[in-house]
Design a protein around this ligand. Structure first.
Ligand SMILES: [Zn+2]
Length: 216
């Protein structure tokens, strides 16, 4: 020991970011698929089945309330090697809440993820992409990195399966993070679109992966 490093007893925490992660670095044509607001037993199982069929890992930014009601789906995500991130308990606009409320929204969700998924989350995404200083600080204090997206499939507007497929394929590029939803409304278009664009992305040479902390 030279004595110039941090004390070994100090917990390792990511630095407080002022901007969320937008791109993932990696070799080649790497992209990340993310699914928000779930899990929903009507749609998430089919999405998991499609990902399993193509041996692809994705990120699921779950809401604590949904996770608490569907713990079996978080266990399934863990079994399949997917990454579960924190998307708050009730999906509020965090910028309108006070710090104790923000912390409660996020921390309770960390707890239910740990219980159902087996690990505390390393990643956090603010509902509506609405970040502020308190949100970044509290997320970092709870051991998470903020993650945004670069391609919004806009599936939440239910524009039709073809429109979702087009947006994902048109937006495809190395390092892209795709936003989709597996809950929060009728997501049958999102489910069908994945079955269409996923094999096409793979055929185009894209590697669908999930970020680890060391890739940031
Ligand atoms: Zn959301």
């Amino acid at each position: 020991m030279t004595g110039d490093g941090p004390p070994s007893s100090r917990p390792l925490r990511p630095p407080v970011r002022r901007e969320p992660l937008l791109h993932v670095s990696g070799r080649g044509r790497t992209m990340v698929l993310t699914f928000d607001d779930g899990p929903d037993p009507r749609y998430t199982p089919t999405i998991l089945k499609t990902l399993r069929k193509y041996d692809v890992r994705a990120m699921f930014f779950v809401c604590g309330g949904m996770a608490d009601a569907n713990k079996d789906l978080l266990a399934e995500m863990a079994d399949d090697g997917h990454i579960v991130g924190n998307h708050t308990w009730t999906h509020p606009l965090l910028t309108q809440l006070r710090r104790p409320q923000i912390r409660s929204e996020i921390e309770r969700t960390c707890d239910v993820i740990e219980d159902a998924y087996g690990e505390r989350p390393l990643w956090f995404r603010a509902p509506y992409g609405a970040w502020n200083r308190a949100t970044f600080q509290i997320g970092a204090d709870l051991g998470m990195e903020p993650v945004a997206w670069t391609v919004d499939s806009r599936d939440w507007t239910t524009p039709g399966t073809g429109a979702i497929v087009h947006r994902v394929e048109h937006g495809a590029a190395p390092g892209v993070i795709v936003l989709s939803h597996d809950a929060g409304g009728d997501r049958s278009q999102s489910v069908r679109a994945l079955r269409d664009y996923l094999p096409q992305l793979l055929d185009s040479g894209y590697h669908l992966t999930v970020p680890r902390r060391r890739y940031v």
